[in-house]
Design a protein around this ligand. Structure first.
Ligand code: C2E
Ligand code: C2E
Ligand code: C2E
Length: 91
């Protein structure tokens, strides 16, 4: 992609995340809780994460970043605009 547009923000919906069954969302729930703890950011309804964190989560879930992104969007925990971040990485 061109350098003109900044990458999209990756924003987790923390309320939706508590509603996804933990056998699916457990690793992401623990990862998000760790980031909140490291930042001391406990009051948010959403949590902005790093682009690198999506790649780390893809390793944890044993999925490609683009497939994991689709799963997280289908659970309603990741903003759909995040697709653009993964496309830029794959390109
Ligand atoms: P760190 O990576 O050494 O970052 C130190 C401080 O730099 C952070 O303190 C924050 O004030 C600032 N900082 C670093 N990168 C960014 C950024 O992309 N955006 C913003 N707004 N600020 C940034 P903070 O927030 O208290 O975090 C402490 C430590 O917790 C970080 O040290 C890092 O090791 C970890 N951490 C926090 N949030 C994340 C995250 O989203 N992903 C990862 N992988 N680690 C995180
Ligand atoms: P935005 O990035 O669109 O975020 C909108 C609102 O979502 C934020 O309003 C905040 O209430 C919530 N939010 C987003 N990410 C997080 C998160 O990781 N933790 C928590 N607790 N809440 C989050 P807010 O704080 O009034 O910020 C308004 C706008 O100011 C943000 O829009 C962004 O454009 C800018 N901003 C705020 N903090 C930072 C920052 O650390 N770095 C940068 N570059 N911009 C920031
Ligand atoms: P942001 O604060 O608007 O930062 C946007 C991008 O600027 C980051 O994308 C990163 O590439 C760069 N950046 C900002 N601050 C720093 C810094 O201190 N050191 C370095 N090396 N790069 C920096 P990234 O990493 O994808 O992060 C996306 C968003 O996730 C950040 O938006 C912020 O809202 C949140 N975030 C990431 N890491 C931290 C952190 O350590 N602490 C806090 N409080 N928020 C973080």
């Amino acid at each position: 992609g061109g350098a003109a547009e900044p990458p999209p923000r990756l924003v987790l919906d923390l309320e939706r995340l508590t509603q996804v069954p933990s056998e699916k969302a457990g690793p992401l729930q623990r990862y998000a809780a760790t980031i909140q703890s490291q930042r001391g950011d406990y009051n948010g309804k959403v949590l902005s994460i790093r682009q690198d964190d999506l790649r780390t989560l893809a390793v944890i879930y044993d999925q490609s970043p683009s497939i994991l992104t689709e799963q997280l969007i289908s659970w309603g925990v990741l903003n759909p605009d995040a697709r653009r971040a993964v496309r830029e990485e794959d390109a």
